[in-house]
Write a protein that binds this ligand. Sequence first.
Ligand code: NAD
Length: 487
Amino acid sequence: MSVQYSTKNLPKQLFINNEYVDAKSSKKLSLYNPKDGSLLSDDVPLAGEQDVDAAVDGAEKAFPAWKKMSATQRRGILSKFADLIEQNAESIAQLSRISLGAPSAFGAFEIGLCAEAFRYNAGFIDKFGGESWPQEDGFLKIVRNEPLGVTAGIVPWNGPIGTIGLKAGPALATGNCFILKPSEKTPYSSLALGTLIKEAGFPPGVFQILTGDGSTGALLASHMRVRKVSFTGSISTGKKIQEMAAKSNLKRVTLELGGKSPAVVFDDCNLDNAVEWTANAITANTGQVCFAASRVYVQEGIYDKFIEKYKEAMKAKAKEIGDPDEKSTNIGPLVDEAQFKRVQGFIERGQQGQGTLAVGGKRVGTTGFYLEPTVFTDVDPKSEIHCEEIFGPVSVVKSFKTEKEIMELSNNTNFGLMAGVFTQDINKALRVASDFESGMVGINCVSLMFMSTPFGGSKESGLGRECGIHALRAFTEPKTIMINMNY
Ligand code: NAD
């Protein structure tokens, strides 16, 4: 079987207990295509309280049997789901693309990431067995990794498919039931997964999909029977979620939030490599990437050469902008008018004394939300463009003299998601890598991730980690069982 929906037949129902059902709430979401601003549909359901309760009821009912299912059986279901995602890659990518605007290469990356997340976590099911401790003191101690129950994943629009895998993969592998709440800006591809969920063999209630906006997310975050929320999105929403979790049932929370990631380029680096990574980092997905290297610091000895090459690279990127439905396009529009105006606002204000516009800054075309890759130089370190997450194809570049000075500036922020260092001196690279206050650091690379290693931020960029064994830990709780051996 394949995905039953397409761009000509968009999904308009919630997916609860393995069935597409009409929402009880009468509220709807309207969606527009960012490549031309045209209306896609105005009747995507906005799940309300009764819908959320129905999804939680179903998930709660499904939980006891799901957590007891044998590892082989559960692994089979998750692996089949990964296969089905790949087999339906093009349909899913199209349903994502029409409201996100990201070109097919990004869609392919996301689908691959999602399928890999399900496979990776499926492989872990019988290898996450808990611990036991010696009985010489008269007590045998066994630690079980127990699932939490009904869990929820609230995901953003900028990686609508990949983030599903990063959350649902470990949640379901460890025996939890999972309710997915996609972003109101990118609901179609998520909703379309219902057919595949059923075909893969997930029992009814195990994997639910509720579309809606922040109000639906808030219902999940404050629900008394949801035991965990894994959230990816902005810092302000992340803080609200943690508050709702605390005020309701102290549900567990994982937060993957924003960033303003530095790349520090030293005189002794391979210049072309540094230019390539930093230019790719800020233009992938039109700069709408949480861990994009958006602050580029270049040591003064190579500053002029770097700027010349970086500007060239960004101008070349501008030529890759186009209709996301064309295979040759590498950079699409920003996600919608609101995001476009937000980024444009940063660019306009940036030119009023915050820095020098070195490249880009203009809208591309007259329809759709396209923007040139944009670089500011000579930025004031206290300015808005230097300090705030812009979440578009806009970077700031600044020169520096010493390692000490630039590490202070790099860390002088409440963000702490990703950082990069470019140098051929391994001692310096490792010293700087350990000095960065961030969850992830690239040496001679930046803005990348792996399924096997912890993904997430320090400081206000997040709480907890996804990927690797950390993701499984985040969806389970250790239970200690103590056996009196002298009884
Ligand atoms: P957002 O916070 O506006 O929305 C994210 C999700 O939260 C959406 O599904 C939205 O409906 C929901 N939401 C909104 N208000 C809510 C509320 N009060 N209660 C519960 N849910 C609510 O973020 P966005 O604009 O979709 O995404 C962009 C942000 O996400 C950027 O800051 C980016 O850096 C961050 N992000 C982080 C990562 C990461 O892994 N660290 C990955 C991707 C994006």
